[in-house]
Design a binder for this molecule. Structure first.
Ligand SMILES: [Zn+2]
Length: 236
């Protein structure tokens, strides 16, 4: 049975363009309800800041059986951080999040994580790095450091889920297992009037929730098993 990881990046609204938290407050509860209705276990990569602001929501995520992962502390791009700042960001966010659950999976903001920082993950007890994207040129051309940390790239970017089903399902059929999809809570709040790029804006709000629901149905029909990233079997 092919495995699929549904992942959520819990963060402020559409960084770096906006700075509110409507997605976390209004979108995330709807996503969690949808997961519960469909018996989906997911991995939620949360920023340290989101855990500071919304501890009850983090507890709800953990109590529902989802994996809690780390998405850095304040959603700054790691390629803009010096070694000391990078270490502080990882230390602070890991410490905060581990107050709620064991946290061993990491995804860098903007899927931007320089290879030179991979040893920091190992030193801080992370076993999975989900910071790469199969659709990103950096994934094709950047040499991957040898590390015991498992690298599990995202299959596609989040806006693909909001494209018309005829196109979207065609792309889904081409994906190699394990399929790794990601969404952001702010996509489930109407962003049509927000000053953000078009690909962040189109199909947001209730259409995005319908898209996520039909995505789950698509893969369920094809016999996929929804697993937390930490439960993904190690490939031979
Ligand atoms: Zn993010």
């Amino acid at each position: 049975m092919p495995d699929l990881c549904l992942t959520v990046d819990l963060e402020p609204d559409c960084p770096p363009y906006l700075s509110g938290w409507t997605g976390v407050e209004l979108g995330m509860p709807e996503v969690l309800d949808l997961f519960a209705r469909n018996d989906v276990l997911a991995t939620v990569f949360a920023t340290g800041e989101s855990a500071e602001r919304y501890p009850d929501l983090i507890r709800r995520i953990v109590d529902a059986g989802h994996e809690l992962g780390c998405h850095g502390h304040s959603h700054r791009s790691f390629s803009e951080l010096g070694p000391d700042e990078a270490e502080r960001d990882i230390t602070r966010s890991a410490e905060l999040l581990r107050g709620f659950a064991p946290v061993t999976s990491f995804r860098a903001p903007y899927l931007d994580f320089p290879e030179r920082y991979v040893p920091l993950l190992e030193a801080h007890g992370f076993t999975i790095d989900a910071s790469r994207g199969r659709y990103k040129p950096a994934h094709w051309f950047r040499k991957q450091a040898v590390s015991p940390v498992r690298r599990i790239p995202a299959s596609t970017t989040s806006s693909v889920l909001r494209t018309p089903p005829a196109l979207r399902d065609l792309l889904f059929r081409l994906m190699r297992p394990p399929v790794v999809l990601f969404v952001h809570p702010w996509e489930f709040v109407d962003q049509s009037g927000a000053p953000i790029p078009w690909d962040c804006r189109f199909g947001t709000g209730s259409p995005a929730l319908a898209s996520l629901s039909s995505t789950i149905a698509f893969f369920a029909r094809r016999g996929h098993r929804f697993v937390r990233m930490t439960d993904l079997p190690v490939a031979d």
